[in-house]
Design a protein around this ligand. Structure first.
Ligand code: GLN
Length: 517
């Protein structure tokens, strides 16, 4: 009898478990969905994490993750299940979140995808990751990225490139890059290897890969998310930001990450609004600026997407206003002077003497510095250090760095006086192109690569928030994102308008027609 019962019971449990996995697998779960599912007992946090860990293993070829600690992730999910059973209700409780390998995670290797940090295990947790942990998140692993967050294609990583799962309709043999530098986080979210991810954005590294990958990415106002424990690239631009499947998830996650932190001297001491309540709010009467400078040189395909997005906003009751911000034409060169200058200073600390990797080929201290840095940094990072050192050098400081700082001030003032005094938000494309092929990106010159950031850098220069929302598919079947930029601390409004675009675009349906291999 016992034996018989057992026979009946085992397959039933098996079926049930399979059904749950099937459910998780087929639903491209958002944070909001996963929270509901966990609360209702549709699946457990352990089942959720096990499913995603299996998906990561299955899609190893995408190279989205550089470190995955199965035991740690399952352990964390197990304790989330205990807390859920106890009735705890936190915004990210039991939600599998991926972390860009730029954020220090206590006891878990943090490399910035550089050889020089390839053995670094932090003794402490970054503020944004500890805020997420406090809000119940389960970290599934550390994601691939361009070395030290310098790049737009995720091809400069010490661990090799990361790939998009998508292919062009016209040629499915071309392997595409997810954009960068947060390429691993973008691919992880877009390929459903996690529920959501953290990225960082110094000149577009959350928004550009989000646009290439058909997901949502927001760079918050400078100072909203603490930079403590985030490997520094260009400190006056660096911001952490959520990369998610929906606008609502970005709102939930940003609230869970943000907040004042005395460990970051630039951290804003403001009350963080309940961003989620702004999702789906009426945007009637809002004035949306279309910036002439961002339309110049855009392909007809991208111009058409902009026209459609304008129509959606008009239909939602917004007024569309054409504006010009003339200094924006200087944004890219300004960024590519200031960012390398700050990087050259920030990266001076990696000398092989303290915590970074030390060269084994040195007989004296001079060689130790030179060889550790030459062996430890990749080509693009060395290029930025050289450029940064040059623009800061005594003979060229005034001509480059000091001038760029003045132009930075002009761009910031221009945005305030000629944009945000007239309109509530700006609508722009996020990128000028769709995702490029890995070989195409290998043959691009550094300058061609830098041009990917043409629409994104201004928000970092002015320290204002900007969000990328998937809007359409190109003729070749690849995602195209649009960007909304607002004045400082206008994240709430950004979420309202972004959710209106998301609704009109119905990208969740379009996503199903993207070719995947
Ligand atoms: N692509 C830009 C760069 O290489 C932006 C990088 C970033 O935002 N981290 O500098």
């Amino acid at each position: 009898m016992t034996c018989c019962l057992k026979e009946v019971k085992i397959p039933l449990i098996g079926m049930c478990k399979n059904f749950r996995r099937h459910y998780i697998m087929n639903n491209f779960l958002t944070i909001a969905d996963a929270r509901k599912g966990l609360k209702n007992g549709d699946f457990s946090a352990v089942e959720l994490i096990e499913h995603y860990l299996a998906s990561i293993d299955m899609h190893h070829d995408l190279n989205a993750f550089v470190t995955v600690n199965h035991e740690l992730a399952i352990e964390s999910a197990r304790s989330a299940d205990v807390r859920i059973a106890r009735g705890d209700d936190l915004p990210c409780l039991g939600i599998p979140i991926a972390v860009k390998d730029l954020f220090c995670t206590k006891g878990v290797r943090t490399t910035a995808c550089s050889k020089i940090l390839s053995e670094f295990i932090p003794e402490y947790e970054s503020t944004v990751t500890s805020n997420l942990l406090r809000n119940g998140a389960t970290f599934i692993g550390k994601t691939n990225m361009d070395e030290f967050a310098m790049g737009s294609a995720n091809i400069t990583s010490y661990f090799g490139p990361c790939f998009l799962r998508y292919r062009r309709k016209s040629d499915d043999s071309v392997r595409l890059v997810p954009g960068g530098s947060s390429g691993g986080s973008a691919t992880a979210v877009a390929s459903d290897l996690c529920v959501a991810a953290i990225g960082s954005d110094t000149g577009g590294s959350v928004r550009q890969p989000a646009a290439f990958s058909g997901i949502v990415g927001i760079k918050p106002t400078y100072g909203l998310c603490s930079r403590y424990g985030m490997v520094a690239f260009a400190s006056s631009f660096d911001q952490a930001g959520p990369m998610t499947k929906t606008v609502e998830d970005a709102a939930i996650m940003l609230k869970a990450m943000a907040g004042h932190d005395c460990n970051d001297s630039m951290s804003a001491n403001i009350e963080i609004p309940d961003y989620q309540s702004y999702v789906g709010k009426s945007i009637r009467g809002m004035r949306i600026g279309i910036v002439k400078e961002y339309l110049d040189g855009l392909t007809p395909e991208f111009l058409a997407v902009m026209e459609t997005a304008k129509e959606w906003l008009r239909d939602s009751g917004c007024e569309i206003v054409d504006i010009s911000i003339r200094t924006l034409t200087y944004a890219l060169p300004t960024y590519y002077i200031i960012a390398p200058a700050e990087a050259s200073s920030n990266l001076a600390r990696y000398d092989g003497v303290r915590y970074s990797r030390r060269s084994e080929h040195a007989d004296n201290i001079e060689d130790l510095y030179v060889n550790s840095r030459s062996e430890g940094f990749g080509e693009e990072v060395q290029r930025r250090i050289m450029a940064g050192t040059y623009v800061l050098s005594a003979g060229f400081y005034d001509a480059y760095y000091a001038k760029a700082q003045k132009i930075r001030k002009m761009i910031t003032d221009d945005m305030r006086d000629n944009a945000f005094s007239k309109v509530d938000l700006l609508l722009t494309p996020t990128t000028p192109t769709t995702a490029f092929g890995i070989e195409e990106s290998d043959s691009m010159s550094p300058i061609e690569m830098y041009l990917s950031d043409i629409c994104t850098v201004a928000a970092n220069i002015a320290g204002v928030p900007a969000i990328s929302v998937p809007a359409h598919l190109s003729n070749d079947g690849l995602p195209i994102g649009v960007q909304l930029i607002g004045p400082r601390f206008s994240e709430d409004v950004l979420f309202s308008v972004a959710s209106a675009i998301e609704k009109s675009a119905a990208f969740s349906d379009l996503r199903k027609s993207i070719r995947i291999v």
